[in-house]
Design a protein around this ligand. Structure first.
Ligand SMILES: NC(=O)c1ccc[n+]([C@@H]2O[C@H](COP(=O)([O-])OP(=O)(O)OC[C@H]3O[C@@H](n4cnc5c(N)ncnc54)[C@H](OP(=O)(O)O)[C@@H]3O)[C@@H](O)[C@H]2O)c1
Length: 353
């Protein structure tokens, strides 16, 4: 197959690299400096004990991927959620009728953007549970084995078996899911744990989960999310290599001490002392954050459904304020009391800082 990966960093480089290694023809659209590094020295991927340099082609501008009559069987979007709108507009100008476009972003709302442009039948949803780090423009490391890729159609009932088989042949633990909203919301439910609080307070999630006030705030954030999912009739489902259902059930029924035990273990084993993605985004100084597609999207969906989600709304607002320079990092650095005070104000009906 002929595959294009647009916005190839950690996830795009890895998926494209694995597909290329399994014999598919793969082109990556990356930033020009990354394209130059890959063209010069190849893309090196380390996964477990194996390190490989797949045979692929990288270009530094989208137009360079459409210079001949090449038709792509699959276009994978692998930029961050906040870069998708611009990328989709660029792609539509170059390729108005792509065969199939698959988003791989974390967060809620990307599929609707893609389907709004290309149609639901041409849109696939992907949920990546494989942690991949970028250790240079052309060097990727898979941080943990045993994870995978969920693929769901955006048009109800559309078969995705062909795409699942493609990734499985490439050695990726891919699995089909019937309902893309269930898949993406369940992934978001897992992603938000210890993510915004860690970025705002500049502390690792495992440390924050030991603080009673922040632990309670995190549990409220998750309960708000499940309440929205219930109201929207979105099921909590497990993903390849990541389980969300047992956690959701625990949250509903377990007494507080048991909750602390279970969720602290989940955070310690899932994230350890590593800073999560919202923190990395904030530290990059890009001025944008995927929090908008997580806590922000959850709060917005809650409002539309007539529910209250003050914790999600407050986390989104504070982190966005920090990312955009409206708030100074020192205000919240190591100050859970200040974050808790903002959340209390949102709970009492204030909707701004
Ligand atoms: N990494 C993981 O472990 C992981 C796991 C699961 C899911 N995810 C999700 O997967 C998505 C991608 O994450 P990632 O970690 O792969 O991000 P990443 O390493 O930052 O890769 C995205 C790349 O796309 C580039 N880009 C953005 N817009 C572009 C455009 N118009 N043309 C060309 N290149 C463009 C970015 O360049 P600039 O940086 O210069 O903008 C960046 O190099 C996110 O939604 C993330 O949450 C990541």
């Amino acid at each position: 197959m002929n595959i294009l990966v647009y916005g190839a960093g950690a996830v795009g480089g890895y998926l494209g690299g694995k597909l290329a290694q399994s014999g598919q023809r793969v082109t990556l659209i990356t930033r020009p400096d990354t394209a130059a590094a890959i063209t010069g020295d190849g893309l090196t991927i380390t996964e477990g004990d194996a390190t490989f340099t797949p045979p692929l082609c990288a270009v530094g501008h989208p137009a360079a991927a459409f210079t001949d009559s090449t038709a792509y069987d699959l276009i994978i979007l692998a930029m961050k959620s906040y870069d998708v709108a611009e990328a989709v507009a660029q792609l539509a100008a170059l390729c108005p009728n792509p065969a199939q476009v698959m988003g791989t972003q974390n967060g809620i709302g990307v599929e609707e953007m893609v389907a709004g442009c290309f149609g639901a039948g041409r849109t696939l949803a992907g949920a990546v549970t494989i942690p991949i780090s970028r250790q240079g423009p052309n060097r990727l490391v898979v941080e943990r084995a045993g994870r995978g890729l969920g693929i769901a159609p955006v048009a109800p009932g559309q078969a995705v078996d062909e795409w699942v088989a493609l990734f499985r042949e490439a050695g990726i633990n891919a699995g089909a899911r019937a309902d893309y909203r269930a898949m993406k919301w369940s992934k978001a439910f897992l992603n938000i744990m210890g993510n915004a609080t860690s970025a705002i307070l500049n502390r690792p999630p495992a440390e924050l989960y030991r603080l009673r006030a922040i632990f309670d705030l995190e549990m409220s954030m998750l309960r708000e999310t499940l309440a929205v999912m219930r109201r929207l009739e979105i099921a909590v489902i497990n993903l390849p290599g990541a389980t969300a259902r047992p956690l959701a059930r625990t949250l509903a029924y377990a007494p507080r001490p048991l909750l602390r035990l279970i969720f602290s273990q989940v955070i310690i084993h899932g994230r350890g002392d590593k800073m999560p993605s919202f923190h990395i985004d904030l530290a990059s100084g890009k001025g944008r954050s995927e929090v908008v597609f997580h806590n922000g999207a959850i709060a917005a969906a809650a409002e539309r459904a007539g529910l209250a989600a003050p914790v999600n709304a407050a986390l989104n607002r504070v982190l966005l304020g920090l990312a955009q320079g409206e708030l100074t990092p020192a205000t919240f650095d190591g100050r859970p009391d200040r974050l808790v005070a903002v959340v209390e104000r949102f709970r009492s009906g204030e909707v701004d800082l």
